[in-house]
Write a protein that binds this ligand. Structure first.
Ligand SMILES: C[S@@+](CC[C@H](N)C(=O)[O-])C[C@H]1O[C@@H](n2cnc3c(N)ncnc32)[C@H](O)[C@@H]1O
Length: 223
């Protein structure tokens, strides 16, 4: 039985425009949503990266995870960031230039049509899964690209099916018009459709979560 109310997700052109406008205030927005301290580090830890590996971040935005991802793969590894908003990506590019990270590749692209030439060892969706207007294609493409044995992590926010969740519904829906995102996304359900072990951890009474799925090591490549 579906308990969540239906929620109109914003179309891609609106998401792109909105995030491009928000780019300069993005750090401030993070404070306003009471984003738990240490969540980024924890999510990157769940990727299980080693030095020299390749990691893909879908919806990398202004590059808030880039320092952690670069540290996790080291100078011999590769970080690929994809985002559809020019304004958000410009901030990430600025960080890459300032820190002279030659092993970071940033792509202005819609994740629903992403065709990577390489196979990442891990994939991260950080506060981006709930923002994607169309989630199925980006998830399937990222999963197909992921190397066997690799991890896909979704760190995000949403309304839990509790009293607190119901109380926060009007506020969350108002926030979602300013920062496009679906407070009712349930990535753990989407991930359980994949042939994967899925784990979810909850924070701040279920308002934030980290879902991880590991791709079987023996899966034929391309799946
Ligand atoms: C809330 S921001 C998260 C940024 C960053 N990952 C973080 O953790 O701070 C969501 C990002 O997803 C991007 N996005 C939304 N739909 C996308 C799509 N279809 N393809 C690629 N990026 C997308 C937006 O442009 C935005 O920069």
């Amino acid at each position: 039985v579906k308990t969540e109310p239906t929620f109109a997700r914003q179309p891609l052109h609106r998401v792109m425009r909105r995030y491009t406008r928000l780019a300069r205030w993005y750090r401030l927005a993070e404070v306003s949503i009471l984003f738990p301290h240490g969540m980024r580090k924890r999510a990157v830890g769940r990727l299980g990266l080693s030095l020299g590996q390749t990691v893909l971040e879908i919806g990398c935005g202004t590059g808030r995870n880039l320092p952690l991802l670069c540290r996790a793969v080291g100078p011999e590894g590769q970080v690929i960031g994809v985002d559809v908003s020019r304004g958000m990506l410009a901030r990430a590019e600025r960080w890459v230039k300032r820190h002279e990270r030659r092993n970071v590749r940033l792509l202005l692209h819609d994740a629903a049509y992403l065709n990577l030439k390489c196979r990442p060892d891990a994939v991260l969706f950080s506060l981006s899964y709930s923002v994607l207007p169309e989630r199925r294609a980006p998830l399937e493409r990222a999963w197909r690209a992921l190397k066997p044995g690799g991890s896909l992590v979704i760190m995000d926010a949403g309304l839990p099916p509790t009293r607190l969740g119901r109380l926060l519904r009007p506020a969350a829906e108002a926030i979602a018009t300013a920062f496009p995102g679906d407070p009712y996304s349930r990535p753990w359900d989407d991930l359980t459709r994949l042939p994967a072990e899925v784990q979810t951890e909850w924070f701040r009474r279920g308002l934030y979560f980290i879902c991880s799925a590991r791709k079987p090591a023996d899966e034929p490549s391309g799946n």
